[in-house]
Design a binder for this molecule. Sequence first.
Ligand code: HEM
Length: 526
Amino acid sequence: MSDRYTTDRDATNKETVYTASNGAPYPHAYGAQRAGNNGPLLLQDYHLIDLLAHFDRERIPERVVHAKGSGAHGEWECTADAQDLCLADFFKQGTKCPLTLRFSTVGGESGSSDNARDPRGFAVKFKTSQGNWDWVGNNTPIFFLRDPAKFPHFIHTQKRDPATHLGGGDDATMFWDYISNNPESVHQIMYLMGDRGIPDGFRQMNGYYGHTLKIVNAKGEWVYAQFHLLSNQGVVNQTDPVATAKNSPDHGQKDLYYSIEEGKFPSWTMKVQTMTAKQAEEAWANKGINVFDLTHIWPHKDYPLREIGKVTLNKNAKNYFAEVEQAAFSPSHMIPGVEPSADPVLQSRLFSYPDTHRHRLGTNYQQLPVNQPHPAYKMANFQRDGAMAYYNQGGRANYISTLDPIQFKPRYVDVDNVHGHFQAEAIAFLSTIRPEDFNAPRALWEKVFDDAGRKRFIETVSGHMSTVRDKEIIARQIAIFREVSEDLASRLEKATGVKGGPGIKGVVFNGSNNGMDKSKPLAANS
Ligand code: HEM
């Protein structure tokens, strides 16, 4: 661990001296100054007042999502040069850099269980020689939505009911009410309710960037890219009864911490899929694949995975709060050669994460040791002051000065009009449900799940739906599942005792335009 994490905490007790927070020695940690032997306390007792006042402020807001997590430090190594794709030093063979990685569940509070049936967050801060590159992905390559305005609505249905204060375990009504009105979620729901819904700890799962990025090489040529981190421990999941039997809400944390303590360093292989702009237009025209649609994947057979390097975790945090809780990951933390695509969910996240960090950690969150960039050059800008500014850039001018000019380095930015056209088309499309939305879920049901897996899926979904208060919600969701598979829908009808609709033609959703219903004109923005 570098020196910036070491404090007097690392000194032995013999070397340290007990002080008040101003550094002055204080005779004992207990005791209060009072008037006489049994009188009231004195306002002059800075030691006690400061102790209590600091304690009163120990909690910072937990993350609004992904509040329960585990993290560790490690290293990136580029094992196969990819600078033909991207100019960043990160992609040069042999490049190494330190990193911090945080895993999480999504919906639960900070004290909730690691064994929840929930996607897992997979966030990495690569401290590269050209600044920090953050990945803020999940253990699934897809997501519940492709319209960012839905995110707060969706997340509210994962949290406690505003009236009953009950969570999803006791009342799944809100959950299925949302899902059954937003059929583009069905692919992610099939993952979540299937055998891959509860990873066994954090080491034995993959990580996916999820969104399409654009990467640019030194010639200014760019491709769309999908990044994957594949677990070298293999992928191992739990079924519900096993997860319950483990009965340890901190199973993931324990497993990760002790593996690293014992020198069993977990690692992941980074791979990338790419498409040129032309290939993306063709994918859209011929296969209905929209590179800006987070609910779909790029088939591996058409867009093969290319290996780039390795992520290894080899160091536990010495102080969880300082090194994991205060870590601030954001998709907007990119390096030269890596650019956002026009995916509207990614675009919105570029705003949302720094915004929440300013609220959760303060305006100078980038100065916290775990977040501080350590580029190969001296870093400078004109951000100054604000609460807790402890790296305030000294006496250098705080405006662009001709007396003491600062150096600027060029960065590649896409200004391609052809791409702009494609972008507009893709965004307009995103709120409409189309037949292709059911292809991947159907493949999951028919080809990926085996008989036992299908049976467990029905048990999981019908069990989960057992607390849904309105049967119409269940009927609507069964109609969505019927577009995936008649077999799936009829088995679920039997298990729930609710008759579902014949399919979604004619169904009016409150969250999505129904593009399956050709007889009806679509809403203006479809
Ligand atoms: C955490 C917003 C979609 C993965 C968070 C946080 C916010 C947020 C506000 C808390 C961050 C913090 O306090 O540090 C959003 C919004 C989304 C969105 C507005 C869509 C419009 C996604 C997607 C993924 C994702 C699509 C995965 C591909 C994560 C992860 C974390 C997180 C992994 C935890 C990061 C950590 O460990 O600190 N999100 N999110 N989110 N989000 Fe999202």
